[in-house]
Design a binder for this molecule. Structure first.
Ligand code: SAM
Ligand code: SF4
Length: 349
């Protein structure tokens, strides 16, 4: 298995796509399973077993370790574990410990719904994770239940507190939806000034559970910014675009408190020109763009006896074929359909 980092010249040449973007960040969907049923992501009546990836078709941890090791050997240095809900897969902690041993993998992050965070946060911290993205769309227990299908707000909130107390760098992600949680936008923004966490607002996308999407529920980052400018001053944080898709602002409220809020705006202001990521789906398909359906079947390659060089070549080809950008905004200008197949939980949001 190739796990060592190559020399930087070689690494960067392999990772540069045809639009001169260096692809250094892998998002790994550990499982398509989840303990919540968020209305925008999964059908709330539950998922019928036939639409879940069969257990035998999920990548095993050994297969994931091999693929990640090869990608890191090519120079990729940042990994995000997502899903589905990554913390529901058995053996996740041992897996993270093994990932932490991959030389050259500098940063392992996790995105979670927080349901299992209180019980697992300390172990995640000891395994070396320092950055957590936690999804939360309401601070009202009844509404939380309506959005996620589970009466677990208190448990998630406790998980968030535990993570902050342990010293994780926490980013709270809220999907902003008109008519669903819009009366809490200001409370979420203020939260960033009251707790040690960045609060980010994600534009509601017509992917995942597309039936739940409706143009009237969409609110753009620009509109949100206008709302928040009534709370105090908003100053752009220099250099934040280098760290990810969010545009980050320092919010200082009238009472002098200050905190960071971010906007993730895949629809109104896409960030494709700076996209540095690949996604590996829960069944081992490598995807260069969330919103383009082309996937490279790495699992087939691995299970058919592909060598490390074969896998490396497939990764490199996927990088070369990475599309310039997505067309979500144009797609939506014509109708409410988007050319993105596949569940968010399988692909890894
Ligand atoms: N289960 C974990 C969680 O919820 O944090 C990780 C996976 S989830 C698919 C990753 C992120 O995608 C979450 O922050 C979720 O809110 C976001 N997401 C899912 N469907 C979305 C949609 N239709 N529009 C915007 N964001 C969405
Ligand atoms: Fe589960 Fe995350 Fe999808 Fe919600 S957004 S249903 S928590 S995978």
């Amino acid at each position: 298995m190739q796990t060592g980092k190559r020399d930087q010249g070689q690494a960067s040449a392999q990772l540069v796509d045809q639009y001169s973007r260096t692809i250094s960040y892998l998002r790994l969907s550990i499982t398509d399973r989840c303990n919540l049923r968020c209305l925008y992501c999964m059908p709330q009546q539950g998922i019928n077993a036939s639409s879940l990836v069969k257990c035998a078709d999920l990548l095993s941890y050994e297969e994931m370790l091999r693929i990640v090791g090869i990608a890191v050997g090519m120079g990729m240095n940042k990994l995000r574990l997502t899903g589905g809900e990554p913390l529901v897969r058995n053996g996740i902690m041992d897996f993270i410990h093994s990932l932490a041993g991959i030389k050259g993998l500098e940063d392992i992050r996790l995105t979670t719904n927080g349901v299992l965070l209180h019980e697992k946060a300390a172990e995640l911290y000891s395994a070396g994770i320092r950055n957590l993205n936690i999804s939360l769309d309401s601070m009202q227990p009844e509404r939380f239940k309506a959005i996620t299908g589970a009466d677990l707000f208190d448990q998630v909130w406790q998980g968030i507190q535990t993570a902050c107390d342990l010293g994780f760098n926490v980013k709270l992600n809220m999907v902003a939806m008109k008519g669903i949680n819009d009366d809490e936008f200001a409370d979420f923004a203020r939260l960033a000034t009251q707790r040690p966490m960045q609060v980010r607002f994600i534009e509601f996308m017509p992917i995942g559970n597309k039936e739940s999407w409706d143009r009237s529920r969409f609110i753009s980052a620009g509109e949100l910014k206008e709302i928040f400018s009534t709370l105090g001053t908003l100053e752009p944080v220099a250099g934040s675009r280098m760290e990810g898709p969010a545009r980050v602002y320092q919010l200082t409220t009238a009472d002098g408190k200050s905190g960071r809020i971010g906007f993730i705006s895949p629809i109104s202001h896409h960030f494709c020109d700076q996209c540095n990521r690949l996604r590996l789906t829960s069944e081992g398909r490598l995807r260069a763009c969330l919103l383009h359906n082309h996937e490279t079947d790495l699992k087939a390659l691995v299970r058919q006896g592909g060598t490390d060089s074969d896998i490396q070549a497939a990764i490199q080809q996927t990088i070369l074929n990475k599309p310039k950008g997505h067309t979500l905004q144009d797609d939506l200008a014509g109708n409410d359909q988007v050319n993105c197949q596949g569940q968010m939980s399988r692909i890894g949001g």
